[in-house]
Design a protein around this ligand. Sequence first.
Ligand code: ATP
Length: 483
Amino acid sequence: MPALDGILEAANAPQQDGQITFPPVTRDHILHCSYDYWFPKYRTSCIRSRVIPLSREFISYIREDGIILADDEPGNENDSDDDDDWEPTVPSSEIPAPPRNPGDADNDSDSDDEDSTPAKLPPNKRFPDLHNAINAAIKALGGAAAPKLNWSSPKDATWISRHPNTVKCTSANDVYILLKSSSFISHDLDHAFDDCVPSTTTTPQSPSSTAAAAQAQQQQPQGFTPVLVLRSFFSPLPSLEFRCFVKDRNLIAITQRDLNYYAFLRSLRPAIIARCRELFNTKLKYTFPDSSFVFDVYIPEAAYRSDSESDDDETSEARSRLARARLIDINPWAPRTDTILFGWEELLEAEVKMPVLGTAESTPEKKEETVRLRFSATGAAAAAAAGGDDNFTEPEEEDDNEQNHFDDDETTTDDEHEEEYEVELRLVEQDDPAAYNFSSPQYSAHKMPKDVVDASMAGEGGMREFAREWQRLQEQRGGGSSS
Ligand SMILES: Nc1ncnc2c1ncn2[C@@H]1O[C@H](COP(=O)(O)OP(=O)(O)OP(=O)(O)O)[C@@H](O)[C@H]1O
């Protein structure tokens, strides 16, 4: 864990010479936000998920140009959607991948291995156990899953998905297509620790670690165990996704994640704050190792019960009630985390009345996790209160047959009238300029122009032809050569 002195020092110096200065971001801070690190602690507040450690062979496959798909999926039994008739343009299950980001090549530490890879076998023959584990996990999650690696989901690659504009995967092949086409996934593999300062201590293995995971970690040149996370797929309402900012163990700000204006959110303000606070206070506040971090939530609507005896007014009120917030992701308190409707400067400068500094240490080897807390004086009483709370224990093994996307679906008590209201919730307002530029699809900067995609689909010859044409156009414009 980072030294307490260092944290105190950094927390006290957010700004120097008019420049925004962040507390140093260490590898540990980044590792604490890896899904396999925090998911086992907070499982009951998350979307049902499976975490699968990835072998070096799999990582080589993800990095390689070209997409060779498994050839063992005759009918894709899990698919029941209309979009089943998607077929790779190139037969024999080989699709050239779109070009990688230019910056990725120099980090391709596995390139030697790739050359020695036995002739490009399909995944079901190249890493059959992993391939089968991915298909089995998707099945266990109800037949459709949303994938991500340790930190990022391939949401910039939904344009190539056969379930249009979603990260939905009903087979391992769907997962491979998304992972191989995503710049965000490349970033996880090659740039996760960019701009980090060295950690003084080592983060313990994640609580989910098995002997296989430990072995995989040792073999990884990245210094962390890459994992594939599969979450039970559902269709979240973008309006009910929020990002929450925690400074010195205080929830200080909440922002809408989707940048569209939703009139109905205005009346839900107190409920949104209450749901976020509830998740933070009962689960995260004294258990997440770092005192400042950012977490994302989804707040589902509370189930509407048709057998309710409510009159019309009460019914509409019941419909507008929100269920408890679900933890979607945890992000570092670092420049790389998008603050959406806030600015880092205002968050760094925000004054926290009751800062709780220090680190939380956990003993991950125990299933019923014991949380030991080391805090500065301001946090001592609260830490003592947290020590014996049953909320911090792990649930028993999940039931794979459960159809819910969440581990349980209980609604919460209404605590909108609680006293503590210092959290600022920022929503997109009507006519808010912040919303103007977002009618275009998100992540469009990561998408390929159609010509590039077409050329890529036409194989190596197509890309060569495209490159020649591009060069010709550049020269016509007087731009000289392009690489
Ligand atoms: N189980 C799921 N089913 C369908 N969609 C999902 C699921 N889980 C997450 N999503 C969608 O994917 C989005 C991205 O998820 P997540 O925040 O985990 O990825 P991320 O790459 O870390 O994003 P960011 O970089 O913005 O933090 C979510 O905002 C949500 O809309």
